[in-house]
Design a protein around this ligand. Structure first.
Ligand SMILES: NC(=O)c1ccc[n+]([C@@H]2O[C@H](COP(=O)([O-])OP(=O)(O)OC[C@H]3O[C@@H](n4cnc5c(N)ncnc54)[C@H](OP(=O)(O)O)[C@@H]3O)[C@@H](O)[C@H]2O)c1
Length: 313
């Protein structure tokens, strides 16, 4: 049997990083890696390993394509592509998940412990009255209980935080109070001192944090957004930060990236900007996800991590 033709379609510099991992993972999955390439006659391609910023934007010529396997967890830049008529799988990667857990726990602990006061405020004065509360007295809400949100919620639970979570459909997550749907959002926000956004960017989640929902948070709440920029109404957030209703926002993702130099977030004293580095797909573990899906495709088994094109994630 001829090996499947697997086109790697991402920025050119990614190939040298991914190629050895993909070849090894394909071999380990029992898939012949001879057809893994960066150039192929489109009519011969069976699978595209895909980064949405690659040159491939029109899938029409790929007439025998069986699936597009996304290298990113977020699919907002491909989900609406009307030339794509085959299954689209998003990235679920233990390395990506671990990175997101570490980033979210780190930034949660920074706010929880008030670390900035000591890191930036060292002035020779011995102030020893300000003992940080325990995690058990700091409710955290995670918006989005998917691969990443669930893992972050579990890590925070293990540190003692009372964790609530919110998703579209009903979810059970151990030791986490879960809410869903529009009504559940109010309940999820009302007690949250720290809110972490791990929702996808879809028409239904755009501006989910807006003037109305921000007002539902207790005064002094803090926001951590490693999800996507459009989840937040920027004008409403800036205004809530200016009044002090929201004490701080740590933002990793923005409507426009790179964040323009003159954007008010850069200069705002209550905003921390990080340059979309919360977590990245890790080539070694991600290659196993890709290889497993190709193995499944070749065996006629259903693909994992499929995107629901109607829901947009
Ligand atoms: N900053 C970074 O470096 C970085 C890295 C990776 C990913 N991300 C972002 O993280 C996002 C989440 O990734 P993931 O792998 O956890 O995604 P996922 O597994 O698809 O989970 C998405 C979660 O959001 C919920 N959701 C979707 N639409 C909703 C709605 N309208 N109302 C309420 N809940 C809704 C889903 O609810 P159900 O459970 O009911 O389906 C699910 O719990 C990605 O889409 C990406 O934007 C950022």
């Amino acid at each position: 049997m001829a090996p499947p033709v697997i086109l790697f379609a991402a920025k050119a510099d990614r190939w040298s990083t991914y190629e050895p991992h993909l070849r090894r993972a394909l071999q380990q999955a029992g898939v012949d890696d001879a057809g893994l390439c960066t150039q192929a006659d489109p009519e011969s391609v069976d699978y595209i390993v895909y980064a949405p910023n690659s040159e491939v934007q029109d899938f029409t010529p790929y007439t025998r394509l069986k699936a597009v396997l996304n290298l990113w967890a977020g699919v907002e830049n491909i989900v609406g592509n009307t030339t794509l008529h085959v299954p689209l799988a998003r990235m679920v990667d233990e390395g990506l998940t671990d990175g997101m857990v570490e980033w979210c726990v780190g930034h949660t602990m920074r706010h929880h412990l008030g670390m900035d006061a000591h890191i930036t405020g060292q002035d020779g004065v011995w102030r020893n009255n300000d003992i940080p509360p325990l995690a058990r007295d700091r409710p955290v809400t995670v918006l989005g209980l998917g691969e990443l949100g669930r893992a972050v919620a579990q890590a925070l639970v293990s540190l003692g935080f009372p964790v609530s979570g919110w998703s579209r459909s009903t979810k059970i997550v151990e030791n986490t109070v879960t809410y869903h749907g529009a009504d559940g959002l109010t309940a999820a926000l009302q007690t949250a001192q720290i809110v972490i956004l791990l929702l996808p960017d879809t028409p239904a989640t755009e501006n989910i944090l807006n003037a109305h929902s921000l007002a539902q948070l207790p005064k002094g709440a803090m926001i951590i957004n490693p999800g996507r920029g459009p989840l937040i109404d920027d004008t409403a957030l800036l205004s809530a930060l200016d009044t002090g209703h929201i004490a701080h926002a740590t933002l990793d993702v923005f409507r426009q990236e790179p964040l323009p130099e003159d954007h008010p977030y850069w200069a705002h004293k209550s905003v921390t900007v990080t340059p979309h580095i919360a977590s990245e797909t890790r080539p070694d573990s991600a290659a196993r996800t890709i290889a497993d899906n190709i193995r499944r495709g070749e065996a006629g088994a259903p693909f994992l991590h499929l995107v629901d094109r109607a829901l947009g994630y």
